[in-house]
Design a protein around this ligand. Sequence first.
Ligand SMILES: Cc1cc2nc3c(=O)[nH]c(=O)nc-3n(C[C@H](O)[C@H](O)[C@H](O)COP(=O)(O)OP(=O)(O)OC[C@H]3O[C@@H](n4cnc5c(N)ncnc54)[C@H](O)[C@@H]3O)c2cc1C
Length: 323
Amino acid sequence: MILTCIETRDKKIKKVSLEVLSEATRIAAELKTEAGAVLLGTGMEGLGAELSAYGASKVYLFDSPSLDRYSTQDHAAVLSGLVKKLSPAAVFFSATAMGKDLAPRLAARLGVGLASDCTRVSVRDGSLEFTRPIFAGKALLTFRLTSSPQVVSLRPNVFPVAAVAAAGEIMREAAEIPPAAARAEVTEVLKESGGEVDVSEADIVISGGRGMKGPENFELLREISALIPRSAVGASRSAVDSGWIGHQHQVGQTGKTVSPNLYLAFGISGAIQHLAGMSSSKVIVAVNKDPDAPIFKVADFGVVGDLFQVIPPLKEELKKLRG
Ligand SMILES: Cc1cc2nc3c(=O)[nH]c(=O)nc-3n(C[C@H](O)[C@H](O)[C@H](O)COP(=O)(O)OP(=O)(O)OC[C@H]3O[C@@H](n4cnc5c(N)ncnc54)[C@H](O)[C@@H]3O)c2cc1C
């Protein structure tokens, strides 16, 4: 079995988890085994059918109030118990904040290796081979793990979501949580006001860099975003480090990886660390006054010009389109 650890928010399955489950299902088919999924929390039973629609033939459900909020120790304890019981060939996570915390914990508890932040998984001679970017995306490393089960995290927004219906079975599991000497627990999940779409989940990302000149000008990008459904405002690290916009908007190596249908880059030079987070976008449009800016090497469409002259007519056209 290839087991996927599912993440939820507000009792809904996160898109990144469907990406991971889809890839796990594809790999399971190649290895002629089944794909399974594990859900931890309360009131999750209704989500089983959705997971089966993406290939999970078994959904392991741990329904316990103590798992409702993410706790490193409790989630790792429950998960390692299940993995020891099932002996899956691999356990897949998404390389989100939670996955980056939980996957190494599980690997350490099992005494096995970890393939983290992978952008490709393939089957060669019956075993798994992983690829991940290294040196800020300048090179790709392909490697194998020699230990079993293989604990793997996949980079968000890289793997496609593919519906492959499986006759799903819900397996109710009892959560046995041993007392821990110390516990790290999420006590509160804060939401940004305005119900903004998360930059990693948006269909269209409108990003600004140091060329935006100041925090007040990010309002221009928010105005454009308000005219485009399922869009979000992104930023380069320079803009974030200058305090112009919050870190949750940062795209790149030390920010979020995005892969939207359209990525608009205003006043972003296109440093390798920024490209590491957005170069897989379907269509990239760059606006930069420097014709030699590296962003133009990855852009499908480019405007060499002052962004402050480009944004107002763009906004007017969008307004007309919205009627
Ligand atoms: C370990 C490490 C991790 C990093 N992680 C990240 C990361 O996750 N994300 C990230 O973005 N960066 C990251 N960086 C930083 C990265 O190297 C760059 O410094 C950063 O991306 C540059 O941001 P920028 O393009 O906004 O600024 P700049 O490089 O200063 O570019 C500003 C651009 O705006 C253009 N411009 C100026 N005025 C206008 C105007 N009026 N109209 C149009 N264009 C204009 C300029 O021509 C220029 O090209 C990282 C660096 C390191 C060392």
